[in-house]
Design a protein around this ligand. Sequence first.
Ligand code: ADP
Length: 296
Amino acid sequence: RVVVAGSANMDLVGLAPALPRPGETVLGDDFVMAPGGKGSNQAIAAARAGGATTFLGAIGSDAFGVTLGARLAAAGVDTGRVRTSYGASGVAVIMVDRAGENSILVSPGANRTFTGLTADEQSVIAGADVLLCQQEIPMETVHAALRAGRAGGTRTILNAAPARDLPAGLLDEVDLLVVNEIEARAITGTEVHDPAGMAALLALVPRVVLTLSGSGARFADRDGRDVHVPAFAVPVADTTAAGDAFTGALAVAWGEGRDLVDAVRWANAAGAVCVQRVGASTALPERAEIDRLYAS
Ligand code: ADP
């Protein structure tokens, strides 16, 4: 079982000819509403990739919360322990212009109330094969979840996105760190492709997966492995949520006991299916689609 402890947001996406400037009102094009947030997206990604998946997090008591819970459940995610907190759900207000440029306001809402992991939440984490966390909930909760996972012998994965300051000792609880180049630099202060860059990360965590967008990913560990796993060549429609598709699939594959280089290749296939479709949570691939591209 994969447990994802993280954020859930409703994404409100408005398309416009141009982004409004302060004080300006712009008549827009289409509007789309879809579940988002890295936690929810990665939980849906893991469930679609075939993993038995539990989501731990907090949604609001508003209409968005109802929809967020329903969409997770519809994807097959176990939502039995999702907290409902009185007040607003997390919301991302996203504006996109015709050139694809965007402005995003994230209002964390209920995600901010996801603190103080209960004994029940901790035991679910401790009983899982894999715990997957991101950085859109209070960092003390991320730290506590990782600690519960480590104490239970659960493989712990931190997708250190978006980049934030990390509490002291947090990385000590991480078995596998998943980052892009920007997040890697935020952690070590050095460019990850410099000779000392990956070594600086491996001084902090035993295994690293570095996502490289259209170039695939790089896997390195303390046993001296450092492997570039190339991306699948596919036509790109929209790269939104590619990282979530990748990370959710990676968690499932590792939880199944697959070797991490093979798991990264399979996760690359998940990311490559995702980029061929427009949308975020709606673009996340099913296991059969991942398998088909992986086998090609
Ligand atoms: P993030 O958005 O988190 O920075 P990336 O852009 O690195 O994530 O993408 C995550 C993964 O999605 C990549 O490691 C790769 O497997 C896949 N991917 C992203 N862009 C492409 C692309 N253009 N072609 C094929 N695969 C892609």
